[in-house]
Design a protein. Structure first.
Length: 168
């Protein structure tokens, strides 16, 4: 397994639209393993999209189970989501987001509070999920990457909703 390089803003590859996955072959399984490693190596990442390592395929991994602020919220643990699609959404809420591809900033973005998501797993089997709160937010953030969007593109106000990260 390999930790892949994360591409960062303003690299134009982050603006590309990713392609549907059609082959669930061993190459895909290897890539998913590498993507897992890359997410685990990052600083507190709850999700990663293939776009962030320069692979233009509709693959994301989300795992909010280790997120400290989540406490008692419902979530689905570790998820590999391929060709994901949001079927339904409800409610809107502003919340703070960060991104491994935008390491120096966080920002406030409005997302749906509840979503119904359809996606294939790594074997190509179709799954459906009802998600809420932080998990729903994380999934919407990662799906945006597949369409060439960053949280920077969705800030309510660049002046009031963009925050420089404190140096560690
Ligand atoms: Zn991101």
């Amino acid at each position: 397994m390999t930790v892949l390089d994360i591409i960062t803003y303003p690299d134009t590859r982050l603006k590309q639209i990713a392609n549907e996955v059609t082959d669930f072959n061993s190459k895909l399984q290897c890539f998913i393993q590498d993507l897992e490693e890359t997410m685990a190596a990052g600083p507190g990442g709850v999700g990663i999209a293939a776009t962030q390592v320069g692979v233009m395929q509709r693959i994301v991994i989300v795992d909010v189970s280790n997120y400290p602020r989540l406490k008692n919220a419902k979530h689905h643990g570790h998820l590999v989501l391929i060709n994901p699609e949001i079927l339904d959404w409800q409610g809107m809420k502003k919340g703070r987001e960060g991104c491994m591809s935008v390491p120096d900033f966080t920002g406030n973005v409005i997302r749906a509070e509840n979503i119904v998501l359809s996606a294939l797993d790594e074997k190509g089997e179709k799954k459906e999920f009802e998600m809420e709160g932080f998990e729903a937010r994380a999934v919407q953030h990662e799906l945006d990457h597949l369409d060439g969007l960053l949280f920077l593109d969705r800030l309510v106000s660049r002046r009031n909703d963009l925050f420089k990260r404190k140096k560690q």
